[in-house]
Ligand binder design. Structure first.
Ligand SMILES: NC(=O)C1=CN([C@@H]2O[C@H](COP(=O)(O)OP(=O)(O)OC[C@H]3O[C@@H](n4cnc5c(N)ncnc54)[C@H](OP(=O)(O)O)[C@@H]3O)[C@@H](O)[C@H]2O)C=CC1
Ligand SMILES: O=C(OP(=O)(O)O)[C@H](O)COP(=O)(O)O
Length: 355
């Protein structure tokens, strides 16, 4: 049983905590908060022990009537691995604290790659985390690109990938983010950080990325063009991507026309927080011209890195291999969304059996 702590209980931390708690081979020892706001209630409702991320704020929690199990240092001494889910840049400041407690750590994609010994994606780079003392799960966008490009490279060879990322302006809870009335090149320089970050996972893959930010909160959207080394056909690409558990082929003719409908689909499927852990590739966008493949995919930024964090914990702390870890994570969380529309007869009994 791997004992796990989560440092930072925000957008990513609360989801990672729930995913860890669902694993039969992991124990969630506790989570931290920096301030006693509404997030502490979510942790309490789930029965998670709460620690303060910042030692000298203990009195603030007491004044708000919040019981603490201890400080970050206490949590670090009680776990086999800590998952840092602090705001971007704060993880780097936390790294020396983890080292001082001799606690292996997993960081998130808001940190520079240099924060950890290895960058991680279960599909592309699981073994790199084996026995590492620190690992960085790459960002939501980089995770999605790695999941997409790895199977394409294996099946056809990637000569060159070119991706335009329309990034969401902020998460739904982030009232202070933007833009609110523009689509902004961000960064305005090319390549954006995503291409070099993909190369942390797939080092030999030629990929250029350009990014913008848009006034939406639900999901990122990627416009993808990949020149392949061998000529594919559209149905072959559909089958290839459809066989990946962490890719959801958005069915043609289902009336799912954007992120709003995708999130509704996830809610109807009973997903916690309407989370879409899978890349969402629009099936009808898959188009081939010679060796050029085109498609659109949507990425739920709050969710896609969550199964990757679970696999990173296993890679660092156990002998379980990539395929077995991914299968266990997928099964326990329910990753592997599939639509039967346009495929088989839509049987109520069959759908109910999935629940
Ligand atoms: N949001 C996203 O879409 C994605 C984010 N990431 C990355 O994940 C990481 C976390 O992002 P996100 O969850 O969005 O951030 P949030 O701002 O939602 O949550 C951060 C959490 O960290 C806590 N915190 C604040 N200061 C500290 C500290 N000094 N030590 C420990 N914890 C602290 C906050 O506490 P409190 O609430 O009490 O202030 C909050 O609970 C970043 O690296 C980000 O780039 C990766 C993929 C997608
Ligand atoms: O890591 C992320 O995005 P990124 O892949 O564009 O760097 C997350 O969506 C957080 O991005 P943010 O820095 O816009 O909050």
């Amino acid at each position: 049983m791997t004992r796990v702590g989560v440092n930072g209980y925000g957008t990513i931390g609360k989801r990672v905590a729930d995913a860890v708690a669902a694993q039969p081979d992991m124990e969630l020892v506790g989570v931290t908060k920096a301030s006693p706001d509404y997030g502490v209630e979510a942790a309490a409702r789930r029965g998670y022990d709460l620690y303060t991320a910042v030692d000298d704020r203990t009195d603030e929690f007491a004044a708000a009537g919040v019981d603490l199990a201890g400080t970050l240092g206490d949590l670090l001494d009680a776990v086999d691995v800590i998952v840092d889910c602090a705001p971007s840049g704060v993880g780097e400041r936390n790294a020396p604290v983890y080292e001082a407690h001799d606690t292996p750590a997993i960081f998130q994609g808001g940190e520079d790659a240099a924060v950890a010994e290895a960058s991680f994606n279960a599909r592309g780079r699981y073994e790199a985390a084996r026995d590492a003392d620190s690992v960085r799960v790459v960002s939501c966008n980089t995770t999605a690109l790695s999941r997409l490009l790895a199977p394409l490279d294996e099946a056809y060879g990637v000569e060159k990938a070119r991706v335009t990322l329309v990034r969401r302006g902020g998460d739904p809870s982030e009232t202070d983010r933007g833009p609110i009335n523009d689509i902004v090149p961000d960064p305005a320089t090319v390549p954006s950080h995503h291409g070099p970050d993909v190369n942390e996972i797939l080092p030999d893959l030629a990929v250029d990325t350009a990014a913008l930010k848009a006034p939406v909160t639900g999901m990122h959207t990627h416009s993808v063009n990949v020149t392949l080394e061998t000529e594919p056909d559209e149905s072959g690409v559909r089958d290839l991507l459809g066989d990946e558990d962490r890719i959801f082929l958005v069915p043609e003719g289902a009336g799912i026309d954007g992120a709003g409908a995708l999130k509704e689909y996830a809610a109807d499927a009973g997903r916690p927080r309407s989370d879409l852990w899978e890349n969402c590739v629009w099936a009808e966008s898959i188009s081939v011209t010679g060796r050029d493949l085109y498609l659109f995919q949507n990425v739920h930024q709050e969710a896609d890195v969550v199964p990757e964090n679970v696999d990173a914990i296993r890679a660092m702390t156990t002998d379980v291999d990539a395929a077995a870890s991914m299968a266990r994570t997928n099964e326990t969380l329910g990753v592997g969304l599939r639509s039967r529309l346009g495929n088989d007869e839509l049987g109520r009994a069959e759908l109910a059996a999935d629940d």
